[in-house]
Design a protein around this ligand. Structure first.
Ligand code: DLL
Length: 433
């Protein structure tokens, strides 16, 4: 069994809680002393760093929201002066300014360590050649995976995103055994390789580390079959660090959270109270070692649940189940909550389609209408062109039973919906409310 840092990854739970408590006390003191926004929030709640003696006191602390980062744009929430930073990243949201994050060189080191731990747990080794097709630049995906892979000792191909023809050539010529990119882009690459007549046996890749967007188990099956790889999930968000906050191991039953650096809580997004252990809710993270930009109880809007039992791989860290979506991605159609991931599950359940779909939502005569457009897969398209109506009805029925909602379904020809190099977009909501 291979670990990057066995001591931290396999630590006894009680010992880890002690470490987390010490680190929590330290970070609370640091933000109180150095970040006016935190001092103000804590003062308003009547809390001082002395009230935090350990991890059980974490619920006394105020939450941090994305709006706090916007209100303090660009550097107002940093706990170190810019002169002491080594790097700045940013991520764009749906509205307004970018979310800006800063790292000291110590933070970059810990980030690389977290990513290296994740890569090792997926089966990447220092002998591996890894093709990094996440975007480089302000997005944390490219440089995050790059630094982790370099720390592990891999030969890194910093391909970045875009120019699919060149990506395919690089993969064919260099023969990497590992690849990382968004899962939707990996499907696109698989499609391009298949069009060139390549079979999984011709493709050098053995492992894929995919994340930055939700993806289903059905998509995992698809990727594994078409690329001949083991497909692993990696999670993270720029605010907390970037990729590597959590990553699967060879058992692929939840992503191991690097708990010596991050404390995770799961709350009910409405009551803001913790849910019962193992229940689903909104993920809240506290960074306990970051220097440049520590975050206390950051509400991610990601919906998931945590597995606390020890994993078969020997790691004792809590595991994050694949996030099913974001509370802010949730569509409300005629009062029914709909996550794009549910639509994806319905499509995969029925079969006959490719993973490319778009959900169109509009409001006509005060009535919400939702249409799912999905590409038929190549074999369905060529074999059974006359059965289109039957397949549309089957998908409609599956969606109705899964969502409790009647929606329109339109099958479109393979290759007609947009492809994305980074995170895929699945919803076009034209309602004017
Ligand atoms: O997406 C960091 C990242 C890069 C993670 C590469 C993994 C691989 P942001 O752009 O800030 O950072 O977006 C963070 O993406 O809150 C989730 O909603 C979503 N997300 C990230 N990883 C996963 C995943 C990067 N494995 C937001 N499954 C997060 C589902 C994910 N959603």
């Amino acid at each position: 069994m291979n670990y990057w840092n066995k001591q931290m990854e396999c630590m006894e739970t009680a010992e880890r809680r002690k470490l987390q408590s010490e680190r929590l006390r330290d970070v609370v003191r640091r933000v109180y002393d150095n970040v006016p926004a935190y001092r103000r929030k804590m003062d308003e709640k009547g809390i001082s760093p002395d009230d935090i003696s350990g991890i059980d006191d974490i619920t006394k602390l105020p939450f941090t929201l994305k709006t706090d980062l916007r209100d303090n744009y660009p550097f107002g929430m940093f706990a170190k002066p810019v002169s002491e930073l080594a790097r700045i990243h940013a991520s764009s949201g749906t509205t307004g300014k970018q979310t800006v994050v800063g790292y000291t060189s110590g933070d970059l080191d810990i980030w690389a360590e977290c990513v290296a731990r994740g890569l090792v747990s997926c089966g990447v080794t220092s002998e591996s050649m890894i093709h990094v097709a996440y975007g480089y630049g302000l997005f944390t995906g490219g440089l995050g995976l790059h630094d982790g892979a370099e720390k592990l000792g891999c030969a890194v191909v910093p391909a970045s995103s875009g120019n699919t023809a060149r990506q395919v050539t690089l993969i064919e010529d260099f023969q990497p055994d590992a690849i990382c990119c968004t899962p939707s882009y990996a499907l696109f690459l698989a499609e391009e390789l298949r069009k060139k007549g390549r079979t999984p046996d011709d493709i050098s890749l053995k492992v894929g580390i995919f994340g930055a967007e939700p993806w289903s188990e059905a998509m995992r099956v698809d990727l594994e079959k078409n690329l001949g790889i083991k497909a692993c999930d990696i999670y993270g968000l720029s605010e907390i660090m970037g990729p590597g906050v959590a990553c699967e191991c060879e058992y692929r039953n939840g992503m191991h959270i690097q708990e010596d650096h991050f404390i995770v809580e799961v709350i009910d997004p409405v009551t803001e109270k913790p849910v019962a252990p193992g229940e689903s809710g909104e993920l809240v993270f506290t960074t306990i070692t970051k220097e440049g930009f520590p975050l206390i109880r950051y509400r991610t809007r990601d919906i998931s649940r945590i597995i606390y039992e020890k994993c078969e791989c020997g790691r004792t860290t809590a595991r994050l189940v694949k996030p099913s979506g974001r509370s802010d991605d949730m569509l409300i159609i005629r009062g029914v909550n709909v996550f794009p991931s549910q639509v994806e599950t319905a499509l995969m359940d029925v079969g006959g389609t490719s993973p490319y779909y778009l959900i169109y939502v509009d409001r006509i005569d005060n009535h919400d209408v939702m249409e799912v457009q999905v590409e038929m897969n190549e074999s369905f398209f060529s074999d059974k062109i006359s059965d289109i109506n039957t397949l549309e009805s089957a998908i409609k029925a599956r969606l109705a039973s899964l969502l409790g909602l009647s929606v329109k379904v339109k099958l479109v020809e393979p290759g007609t919906l947009p492809r994305f190099e980074g995170k895929a977009k699945h919803v076009v909501d034209s309602r004017k409310i």
